[in-house]
Design a protein around this ligand. Sequence first.
Ligand SMILES: Nc1ncnc2c1ncn2[C@@H]1O[C@H](COP(=O)(O)OP(=O)(O)OP(=O)(O)O)[C@@H](O)[C@H]1O
Length: 351
Amino acid sequence: MTAITLDRLGKDFGGSTALHEVSLEFPSGAFVVLLGPSGCGKTTTLRMLAGLEEPTRGRIRFGDRVVANGDTGESVPAEKRGLGMVFQSYALWPHMSVRTNIDWPLRVARWSAADRQARVTEVLAMLGITALADRYPAEISGGQQQRVAIARTIAARPQVLLFDEPLSNLDARLRVDTRAELAQVHRATGGTSVYVTHDQVEALALATHIAVMRDGRVEQFGPPAELLEHPATAFVASFLGTPPAVLLAGEASGGWLRRSGAELTVASGEGRPLKAMYRPQDVGLGPSGCLQFDVVECTPLAGRYVVSGLSDGDRVSIITETPVAAGTSSRLILPETPAALFGADDTRVTA
Ligand SMILES: Nc1ncnc2c1ncn2[C@@H]1O[C@H](COP(=O)(O)OP(=O)(O)OP(=O)(O)O)[C@@H](O)[C@H]1O
């Protein structure tokens, strides 16, 4: 079992900083998802874990072993880090059968013939591709090729598995199926997995821990439920959840959040700009509501509806029991007090 430690890890490209000093501890056996918008530093972090990119500063440890040290320039080569990588695009050897493709890394690692045969049989079964063992890559579908690539990656039992948006080339149905398989593969290897995506639904489905990243920094790191229940910043609150939390901006004064056309009770944050957070399922619609709401879209979701629209410039999505027609206007009925408040610097304000 291998815990992964990032200790003041940072990376510059020329004059610009892709990753500031990030310190995190990924527990042994965790499935960690690096989540954030394009350009936030997810892939750079993953590539440093893989040994494909050297840190500018700070260290990476796998268990007790320092595998990269940006301060001294020391680095363990990628192939000696005991890791497996699954990428968005995968290259199977076209002239080798599925079985030979999976067997190859074991052959390179000088496993005995008997051990190799047993392990290949095991991973073929784990990925549900036993029947394809004697076919060549050109004779199987894209989704099946992806499974072969995953089987090949895990064959040598890597203690660290790295995934770089492995599902982004698959269609919606296959994404869900393969996602479930990846979770199973992770559990079966017993290793520590790090997975990069900008898709929060994927992150919430797979992760034991999520690191939400923005502009080369980690905004929050923890179990998904903790991030959903107690977002540390307005950015995290706006990024996670289906739909994400409702955030309303205004100026706080005398226990009220003033915005055009309404005053909301907030009970703290005197004299400062604030964002008040409400959970989408706690916000209602009706003529008695305090804020104007112009409905843009209504989408069914598991027997209920996600109604999205605009309230005085703020984008708002809430959950309703009945559909609401796009193009209509209503009013938002808010709970008495917000679930959280965020200050001008985006971080949480405590009452
Ligand atoms: N080889 C490179 N040379 C120069 N700048 C780079 C290089 N690789 C990444 N960057 C920059 O570093 C920052 C972080 O990039 P990174 O690829 O890690 O982001 P990301 O979160 O993975 O984005 P995406 O989801 O689009 O892949 C970006 O500003 C990017 O332009």
